[in-house]
Design a protein around this ligand. Sequence first.
Ligand code: ZN
Length: 415
Amino acid sequence: MTDKATLLQWIDRDRDVIVGFLQDFVRAPSPNPPGETREAAGVITRFLDRHELPWRTVAPKAEWPNIVGTFDTGRPGRHLVLNGHIDVFPVDETEAWTHGPWSGALANGKIWGRGVADMKAGTSASVMTYRYLHEARAALAGKLTLTCVSDEETFGPYGARWLVANEPEVLGDCLLNGEPSSPHTIRFGEKAPLWLRFTVRTPGAHGAYTHLSESATKIAARLIADLDALAGDEVALPGRIGEAVRAGAAAADRAMGDGAGAIVQCYTVNIGTIKGGLKVNIVPGQCSFEADIRLPVGGSKDDIMRRVAEILRRYPTATAEEINFTEPAACDPFHEMVGHMQANARAVSGIDPVPIISLGGSDARLWRQRGIPAYVYGPFPRGMGQKDENVDVEEYLHVVKVHVLSAFDYLARVP
Ligand SMILES: [Zn+2]
């Protein structure tokens, strides 16, 4: 029967295939917007067909297919689900890339291109896990499900959100996801976005007639300064999750930049866009801006909305509307799966990953919100959302190995 040493031999034997798969995946552009992913999904389904693996398409929107595959070992056991997204950030055409954004070039020990880190490397790790565990299924119990989704980058409704709401087989007992993070961390929770659009309206006037109207842009500037007061409050978490957050602060700094650990449990406020005024010599009659407020795990949207309403009472010409919200969620930082991932990362590369809460969001939240433990383990996000996005080949192979081995441990047949 297959054991973990055999799995590692298979991965080493297939190194060129695993690297080539990711290169081909990057070469099939899937920027979102616009979100068309059929070509990139084809790279996955051709691979699954080549290995005679079961899969089907779930496509509430035809151009944005989700690929779902399940196999049952025929023995009672647990159900592990793998999740990754196919769509990627768009490319800023004014930026010059060292290697083209859709080149999938292999140079200097790295694979280059848009989406290679976020998250085609992680999604490839899921596909490889599905493939190798299918081959090793005689040694396993329970079920394994693969979900490769479209429509992640814009929080859209047709990807993982569709699957968890309409395809109960994707829920399972535990989830693994390879979103970019860091081989030194395992993410067991994430902060949540609350996006609000504020609009200030005044009569407006000629720029010399400031006595006739208040300026919408000046009011917006004062309102923005007041909203900053929402940031900074820290939410203390009790018990094991609080313990893990404190212990993970240094690892969070290393993975997400100095200072990340200090804001994991704080509310933050970012004013992402602002639009106001028509012309330099007109008193603006309208100004609107969008605020991205991040809630920590344990944070309360009602609390924030109450405070926003209090602030708005001082600004009768301003209104606010919600444009996006998802509940913050975390799962057990000391779950069995975390133990498997730590042991395997140590055995494969001598890395000791630490459980942390992520600042940014991922589809893993959808499982956590339903009480299913969900863990994110992926490569470092080099150049994510910028030019020259890349993933180190050895780091990619490390992530593949940790996913394959940890999934194997979780489903291993008890002799
Ligand atoms: Zn992503």
